[in-house]
Design a protein around this ligand. Structure first.
Ligand code: PBG
Length: 345
């Protein structure tokens, strides 16, 4: 980008406010725009029938039973939202150290995927074991550590179950080394060579995930008695990225693309927009960012307290994600954001 720097072009000849003098000019000169097609809608799915349970930490968000999902898909279609992301709330008695519920035929995710077959929006399914393990880790714990290779085997079984179940996109969010290569190989060998992998490539060990753990009824980090009993690590810093490391995040993305990822995710969104920008400049792949549960909760709580204008602040945040380079944003606000965006058209 070149700026006109010569003295003769400076003020008073140049006045940037000229282009800010009317709504029409502001709109004409906007470098980025939001559309409902920029949104992915994450939904928490629970067991049961025709039931909604509020997630206390996330005002306005509920867990939904699978029979309510087709209506969500219909709403997404009407609004122009192209994709849903499903997160299962697994009953405590179905959790285990080896996460075997993750690939059991007829589990909650397979019912959810079945309910959404042919719904017209893309359904994204997370590949990670944390909803299914008693200790809440994304992989298999052996000898006090999350065992990379044992986890890859389990994640492979989970990915195949989700592929068989009809997921349109698989999103590995476990941050094990080599998982994209191993999943791609497995999927290709099983006839799923056209199923895209959306890699949570730059996933940081973030405190902004706390409300998600309440939503999924996963033990909070550090305090889980199950975690201690099983000799599991207290947190996810042994596999997720440290928030000080931007170069390492780029390295993760490069590796995942080499291994065969079709799209990549940076997560959380707002504190990590520098990573989004750097990834946008370095790679051509579609780049999503995830406005996570804590980012949602902070804005929703401030809005409920009358401190912030929810609509204005959210649309500003989403537009900033796009300015940074995101092709789309995964956000719990998706249906409301789409309405706000469509109203403004
Ligand atoms: C775990 C997973 C997490 C989120 C999505 N997938 C939590 C974690 O890694 O601990 C968090 C999303 C959010 O906070 O909205 N596989």
């Amino acid at each position: 980008m070149t700026f006109i720097a010569s003295a003769t072009r400076a003020y008073p000849k140049t006045r940037l406010r000229r282009l800010r003098s009317s709504d029409a000019l502001l709109r004409l000169c906007a470098e980025h725009r939001l559309s409902a097609a920029d949104l992915v809608w994450p939904i928490f799915v629970c067991e049961g029938h025709n039931r909604r349970e509020p997630v206390v930490a996330m005002r306005g968000i509920e867990r939904l039973t699978t029979d309510l999902l087709p209506a969500c898909a219909e709403q997404a279609l009407q609004l122009g939202i192209p994709a849903l992301a499903l997160f299962p709330v697994v009953a405590q008695e179905s959790k285990s150290a080896d996460a075997r519920e993750a690939w059991r035929k007829g589990n909650l995710m397979s019912c959810a995927l079945e309910a959404l077959q042919g719904c017209g929006v893309a359904v994204l399914a997370d590949v990670a074991l944390d909803p299914y393990t008693t200790h809440g880790h994304d992989g298999i714990v052996n000898g006090g550590r999350v065992d990379n290779e044992a986890s890859l085997v389990a994640l492979g079984k989970q990915a195949l179950a989700l592929a068989d179940g009809g997921a349109d996109l698989l999103a590995p969010s476990d941050m094990m080394d080599g998982r994209i290569a191993s999943l791609r190989e497995l999927l290709d060998a099983q006839g799923f060579e056209t199923l895209p992998l959306v890699s949570y490539a730059a996933k940081f060990a973030s405190h902004f995930y706390a409300p998600f753990r309440e939503a999924l009824k996963i033990a909070p980090e550090g305090r889980a008695s199950a975690t201690r009993a099983e000799g599991a690590p207290r947190d996810k810093r042994g596999y997720q990225l440290g928030c000080a490391n931007g170069d390492e995040a780029l390295w993760e993305i490069a590796l995942d693309l080499q291994e065969g990822a079709d799209m990549v995710i940076v997560k959380p969104a707002l504190p990590y927009l520098d990573i989004v920008r750097r990834a946008k400049e370095a790679f051509a792949a579609p780049l999503l960012c995830y406005h996570v549960s804590g980012e949602y909760a902070a804005l929703a709580a401030a809005a409920a307290a009358g401190i912030l204008d929810e609509r204005a602040c959210l649309l500003e945040q989403l537009l900033c994600c796009k300015r940074a380079g995101a092709s789309a944003v995964i956000t719990y606000y998706a249906p409301r954001a789409a309405e706000w965006i469509n109203e403004g058209l």
